[in-house]
Design a protein around this ligand. Sequence first.
Ligand SMILES: [Zn+2]
Length: 345
Amino acid sequence: MPAPDRSPAPEQVAARLLELAVVRSRASTVELAALSALLDLVVADPLRSAVGLDELAERVVELYWAQVQPLADGRALPQAGGTSRQPALVEEVAALASAGRLAGTRTARATGAAHPARWSAAVRRVALLLAQSALPHLQSPGPDLLFESGWLHRRTTQAELDERGRALELLPGTPRQLALAAPLLRPALQSEWAAVVADAAGASPTGLGRLLFGLPPSAQQLREALLEAQDGRCLLCGGRARDAVVDTVVPWRRLPLDAAANLLVADARCSRERAGALLALPLVFRWSRRPAPALEEPDDSERVRRAMVGAYRSAPAGSPLWRARGSWEVAGGQEGERIAALFGA
Ligand SMILES: [Zn+2]
């Protein structure tokens, strides 16, 4: 007889992680960012068994990227509660972002491609900062839920990370559980994050959410180039685009990925009705045949294809798939494999 499955259900995993992250967020948003980054990596690949510390750090840099851009008064939003200083990790991202502004690069990855040595040094430092506090905090107090954390401590060094292959071994079942819990966990993390920032900035969390977590304005500015690549058509219905808006092929609320290949244009009406749902497969095929938009950004289509396979693998059977205005399908559970086959992944 097989051993009974003792692993907790996805909603129990989500509840405990959220509880811990909220407790930690009274000091700063770094734990919320670390958990959000982990969530993104497992949604993009729910079959993985480990998470590289540097890939986690890269994702954290991306999550803070829009948030560290200076506002009209020249200051960035505070990411620490009370009278605390901006966390060192956030300062690290802010320094990279200012290099990006000088180089005229739009996204974190594009800045990394323009300044590879500077990028990898910053990513290593962010990985160390995560390993020293945010990562051990994610599961403490209590037993390990996601990864073995006993080896991480406040004085962890780069040499120790190197010795461990700079990776977190995920516990069995964890990636899938976390990916299934993502639609519950992500909005809760974002609302806590907005509350901490609003509190520190003396602002109202209403309206701040879009600034912190929405598709950044720099992506909206690519509208014309995207329209041209789509021959003036809405990617969602195939008709001539009217009131075109920038949307994403991998739903932003499942996996916020500011990669050029992830962007598309659609009628405002189609985009609104789709409401960030996964697309039915014929639309994925339509997107995959679209010529690459003429953008001055590194080619990130491979990353987007992988994330798309992961996003469908992370969606439980029964998830709604948008097909056309007024028309929905229900996911059968095999969509991730069919898309993987299409991409030869
Ligand atoms: Zn349309």
